[in-house]
Design a protein. Structure first.
Length: 120
């Protein structure tokens, strides 16, 4: 388990990553806002947890961001599920899934933009 000093450093880093949500939504425009938020949380979560395990990422995020573990765990778990595996509807709409293949064009454009000195 990380020390309290590491947790406070991690919290600052997580906050910076969440501030970069704007960058993610600008470059991966096919993602919904909730999908982009989870992606912005998962990326640094994997780095600090030094793991891709859902429980490790959820624990690190819950501690660092002072969010309930079960809420973080469920958000990430739902993000990974196919639409047919998600339960119920939300606001009368069917559940959606992340279309990974639809992200490639946006991701390539983003990468090419950073090669030219633009981090937008």
């Amino acid at each position: 388990m990380p020390s309290k000093n590491n947790i406070s450093q991690n919290k600052r880093y997580f906050q910076k990553q969440l501030d970069n949500l704007y960058t993610i939504t600008q470059n991966l425009t096919n993602l919904t806002e909730p999908q982009a938020v989870v992606l912005a949380m998962m990326s640094p979560g994997m780095i600090f947890a030094q793991s891709c395990a859902l429980t490790a990422i959820s624990t690190m995020l819950a501690i660092s961001l002072k969010i309930k573990y079960c809420n973080v765990y469920q958000r990430i778990r739902e993000w990974c599920y196919d639409a047919k595996d998600k339960k119920g509807t939300k606001k009368g709409l069917n559940r959606t899934q992340v279309d990974v293949s639809g992200c490639f064009d946006y991701l390539i454009k983003w990468i090419n933009g950073t090669k030219n000195g633009c981090v937008c």
